[in-house]
Design a protein around this ligand. Structure first.
Ligand code: DGL
Length: 252
């Protein structure tokens, strides 16, 4: 089975890593729109237009399923994309909500959603969580985390200052934090530490593995060998390969 994985840039590599580790597909095509990242500060129509262009790219690669490894695209473009193709398209928001449901049974537990400006503005997570009965949801657009990850800034003080800036308004330690941007798993250890390891973190990549099994019967470890992986980017594919190697140890 051949899967397409789409992100606005490099963040989706965290989802790609989970999918690779789960050995679910024979072949994976990753496409990052690195020429036009970030999507998280753009308006709805632009996000939809870029996403439909990505769909044209995947149409030429004949994938069996398309995984949207970007919360921002998942928030705005999936319904429109589905109207333009018969390929199954799976985003990361619904899997994230399902993963949270599996971990948090007390509906009054404080839940924090962090994501890009666009994802938070879409209210997709907040509405789905509310529909599932959760009563204490706080959402924060934490856009600064995206360039910190992209720049590979390892100076803990910069990240700490950004976390302080965004999280100082939080009164109650969250029981769970939805990492609603695929860049954020790369700073997950620092976020965990900030909240004194008292919060459960929900990661889009981990969430989608379970979701693909439950909803599409695509089981982990269906293949015994590593998937054939091809990386594509709308700008500087070598930089994307380097990031994949540096962050995730993926070799080409
Ligand atoms: N990876 C994107 C997401 O999950 C965020 C980066 C961007 O703004 O394009 O929303």
């Amino acid at each position: 089975m051949k899967a397409g994985v789409f992100d606005s840039g490099v963040g989706g590599l965290t989802v790609l890593k989970s999918i690779l580790d789960a050995n679910m597909f024979d072949e994976i095509i990753y496409y990052g729109d690195t020429a036009r990242v970030p999507y998280g500060v753009k308006d709805e129509q632009t996000i939809i237009r870029f996403s439909l262009e990505a769909l044209d790219f995947f149409a030429t690669h004949q994938v069996d399923i398309l995984i949207i490894a970007c919360n921002t695209v998942s928030a705005y473009a999936i319904d429109v994309m589905k109207k333009h193709t018969s390929i199954p398209i799976v985003g990361v928001i619904e899997p994230g909500v399902q993963a949270l449901k599996n971990k948090i049974s007390n509906k009054d537990d404080p839940i924090l959603v962090i994501a890009t400006k666009a994802t938070i503005a879409s209210k997709q997570y907040q509405n789905k969580l509310q529909l599932n009965g959760y009563t204490s949801i706080q959402s924060l657009a934490t856009g600064l985390f995206v360039p910190i990850v992209e720049e590979g800034i390892e100076d803990e003080n910069i990240l700490k200052a950004s976390m302080q800036y965004y999280f100082s308004s939080i009164k109650q330690t969250p029981q769970a934090i939805i990492l609603g941007c695929t860049h954020f798993p790369l700073i997950a250890p620092s976020i965990e530490k900030f909240f004194a390891h008292k919060s459960i973190l929900i990661h889009s990549g981990e969430a989608i593995i379970d979701y693909l099994w439950k909803n599409y019967q695509i089981a982990p470890n269906t293949t015994s060998k590593q998937a054939k992986l091809d990386l594509y980017a709308s700008s500087d594919v070598l930089a994307l390969q380097k990031t994949a190697h540096k962050w995730l140890g993926i070799n080409f």
